[in-house]
Design a protein around this ligand. Structure first.
Ligand code: ATP
Ligand code: MG
Length: 746
């Protein structure tokens, strides 16, 4: 090693170093969780830039979640220095594809300012189409079918729809597909799959768009699908400098057509690939790793690879059975409190994650955290942007950005009320369709006095549409076009919109819980402002692809377009682990969105059959991998828990997840760890942190708190015998105060 790579070599083991400095053009690293795959990938990017001399703008790094992409940029930035990381083409596959399409998409016939149809948009369009179909089709199924069809890319050898005997259905599906595509097109929208498909088309026809790219690095490769495989090879072109890292045991996107065989395909398509395996786990204590491996080893089909802990045993993972989900959430919160107290503040809220199989499980957790006033943030699938009040404002912004978005317009044409009924909206949409024009154009034409054929609209309504809606949208569009910075910044546009719509009054008139809804709108605005702030420095550069000779980039882009794309592509409301005031927060996340990340303390609640494996999944192996991903996020402490009965009456028994049931009891603790000084020292060592001196920690804190509370059963068979005990388990119950006393003692 030499100094050209900067300090990066110090933190690499031998195998990692070999991968980082490999002279082979194609490098594949397949290894288990916490073995430093991402660390190695980012180090290789740094090495290629600093040592091989590739300019940062010619390096492309793709990963799976927005959060992981941000984290990577941060890590690379630290090693490179000088803000060079901003020049790297780095992001999720979807965001990278969008950037190329925004810059060059007109060459393949995309219109300017195309919008992105997010999940709910696609769902809405397909539901409407299905209703018109004679064959009874389930919208979710149709959506899945269409998405699969698009996602296959060229890996597809089984594209032909219509397995024998089901031709009627496949014909109907095909029709839905065509219709769906036509509607997206009319609204100038691309859905998530289109972003990838159209980018492949762009790069096939105009490979010069990526002629500068010299190295392609892909994290979480096990979750790529066929079309992403195509993109990878197109980005790399004939230069073939590709680095991929992945772990087949963590493949959790089968439902999105991820294909593990992409790995084998790469090895086949790129002979001479340097394969590196990493066998040490740097993340978790060895007892956490042990139990996690016991879960994944139940899969007998897997490709086995070694994974050895570098850390000590630490504290055994906890497996806890609670009566209901409410009890479970309360227990988690009390355990968090205890942990904070016992560590003398060494463990902060931002060290803790609660990982859920599905977003719908968050209700109990959120309310328990809320009751105790604990700060938390939600990641992944929690649909802030789908709340009605936020969605309405978003839809207005989308119309302002590009008025041809029929769906957005149909949703807001009568919000606030303008006297346009559902039937009228439907008839207008059909009218527009028949005339092959957008709903917006139709409305504008009509209000200019050109009559449309059939739909009748009351004079008063017509005045409202033209006086309020059209004027508002056109006014905003003019301000954006005017280049007047003060008039056209995001905050001003949103403020003006809220004022013109009298949105606060509208909420007051429409919802009893209008205050929360108004607060959400304010939060949305704050996010827009924040985005605009960051755009000055980072996002603008982010957005700009490097100059390539002979290719003109489309650069006319108001921040609004970028903001909307950011909203559609962030699967969630992204924030730091610290909120505005720098206050640390717990992370509540779906397991899918937690991929690739790590926390000192991880809770995985709801490990019961029906939750994991999920009732609606028919792929047990994938569900097992999902649990494995969740467990292997933990560094020092891991808590599994589950309710034993459904909420409410608590009469239906829930079974422990079969993935956990088979693990020998002695691998677990069955109540929270004692968290005495010895345990906390172990935690501190594992996290390479300092534990505050003894006397500070235990001052005034009774040693037995929270968990020893006997309203929580330790033996899963216990509560059935004595149901009366549960009568006391209210939140104000007398058994609680032990912990509360503890916290108020000092
Ligand atoms: P996952 O499969 O979950 O994505 P991964 O293989 O990508 O895991 P990383 O996130 O890169 O693993 O690394 C896990 C942790 O181990 C990180 O905190 C990283 O800094 C640390 N680590 C990686 N390599 C080393 C090393 N050689 N020495 C010390 N720590 C390391
Ligand atoms: Mg990783």
């Amino acid at each position: 090693a030499n100094s050209a790579g900067g300090g990066i070599f110090a933190s690499l083991n031998k195998a990692q170093r070999r991968a980082v400095t490999s002279e082979a053009s194609t490098v594949a690293i397949l290894a288990g969780p916490g073995s430093g795959k991402t660390h190695t990938l980012t180090s290789r990017a740094v090495w290629l830039i600093n040592h091989v001399g590739i300019p940062p703008s010619d390096v492309l790094v793709a990963t799976f979640t927005v959060k992981a992409a941000n984290e990577m940029r941060l890590r690379i930035g630290k090693a490179l220095g000088g803000g060079l990381e901003k020049k790297i083409v780095l992001g999720t596959f979807h965001s990278i594809a969008r950037r190329y399409l925004a810059a060059y998409g007109q060459r393949i016939g995309l219109r300017q300012n195309f919008g992105i149809a997010d999940d709910s948009d696609s769902r809405g369009i397909i539901t409407r189409i299905c209703k018109r179909q004679p064959a009874a089709l389930e919208p979710a199924m149709v959506r899945g079918w269409i998405s699969k069809r698009k996602a296959r890319g060229t890996s597809d050898d089984t594209t032909k729809p219509g397995r024998g005997g089901r031709n009627v259905e496949s014909k109907a599906l095909e029709e839905c597909y065509q219709e769906y595509q036509a509607q997206l097109d009319r609204s100038n929208l691309l859905d998530y799959d289109d972003l990838l498909v159209r980018c492949v088309e762009l790069l096939r026809k105009f490979p010069s768009c990526v002629s500068n790219i010299q190295a392609v690095l892909i994290d979480e490769y096990q979750d790529t699908n066929g079309i992403q495989y195509d993109l990878t090879t197109l980005f790399a072109q004939e230069k073939r400098r590709i680095t991929i890292v992945g772990d087949p045991d963590q493949s959790i996107y089968g439902w999105r057509s991820a294909e593990i065989r992409n790995l084998h395909r790469l090895l086949r398509d790129y002979p001479g690939t340097d394969e590196v395996s990493l066998e040490e786990n740097y993340r978790s204590s060895s007892s956490i790793l042990d139990v996690s491996l016991k879960v994944i080893q139940q899969d007998t089909d897997r490709y086995k690879k070694a994974l050895l802990p570098v850390h000590d045993r630490g504290t055994r993972p906890v497996l806890r059975h609670l009566r209901t989900s409410t009890d479970e959430a309360d227990w988690i919160v009390s355990e968090v409190k205890r942990l904070q107290l016992m560590s003398g503040g060494m463990v902060e809220l931002s060290d803790i994650a609660i990982l859920l199989r599905s977003a719908s499980l968050s209700r109990h957790i959120e309310s328990a955290l809320g009751r105790q006033g604990m700060a938390y943030r939600m990641v992944g699938g929690f649909k802030f942007y789908e709340r009605a009040e936020v969605k309405t404002i978003l839809d207005y912004l989308r119309i302002i950005h590009h008025p041809d978005n029929n769906d957005a317009l149909a949703r807001i044409i009568n919000v606030p009320k303008r006297g346009v009924g559902d039937a009228t909206i439907k008839s207008l949409l059909e009218e527009a369709e028949r005339n092959s024009m957008s709903l917006w154009k139709l409305l504008v034409k009509h209000c200019r006095g050109e009559r449309w054929a059939k739909t009748t609209i009351r004079k008063q309504t017509e005045q409202k549409i033209s006086g309020e809606l059209i004027r508002l949208v056109e006014g905003a569009r003019n301000r954006i076009a005017s280049d007047d910075a003060a008039q056209s910044d995001l905050a001003t546009i949103i403020d003006k919109l809220l004022k013109d719509l009298k949105f606060e009054d509208y909420l007051k008139d429409s919802y009893p819980e209008h205050e929360t809804r108004w607060a959400n709108v304010q939060e949305f605005k704050a996010m827009a402002v924040e985005f605009a702030g960051s755009a000055d420095s980072q996002a603008v550069e982010d957005e700009q692809l490097p100059e390539i000779e002979g290719i003109e980039q489309n650069t006319d882009k108001h921040i609004l377009g970028r903001f909307l794309a950011n909203v559609s592509l962030a699967s969630d409301k992204q924030k730091d682990d610290k909120d505005g005031d720098g206050k640390p927060m717990i992370t509540v996340s779906t397991i899918h969105s937690a991929k690739g990340l790590e926390w000192p303390v991880v809770f995985v609640p709801a490990v019961y059959k029906g939750s994991i494996p999920h009732v609606r999944s028919d792929d047990d192996a994938e569900e097992r991998r999902l649990l494995y991903v969740a467990m292997t996020r933990a560094e020092a402490l891991l808590y599994l828990s589950r309710p034993m009965f459904t909420s409410g009456g608590g009469s239906d028994a829930l079974q422990l997840s079969p993935f956990v049931a088979d693990i020998p009891a002695q691998n677990f603790l069955h109540k929270g760890p004692s968290l005495d000084r010895e345990v906390m020292l172990k935690v501190a060592k594992l996290l390479r942190r300092d534990l505050p001196p003894d006397q500070d920690i235990y001052k005034g804190i009774p040693l037995l708190t929270g968990l020893e509370d006997d309203r929580f059963p330790i033996d899963p068979n216990e509560p059935k015998a004595d149901n009366t005990r549960w009568a006391h388990s209210s939140h104000q119950g007398q058994k609680r105060p032990r912990l509360q006393q503890a916290s108020s003692a000092e």
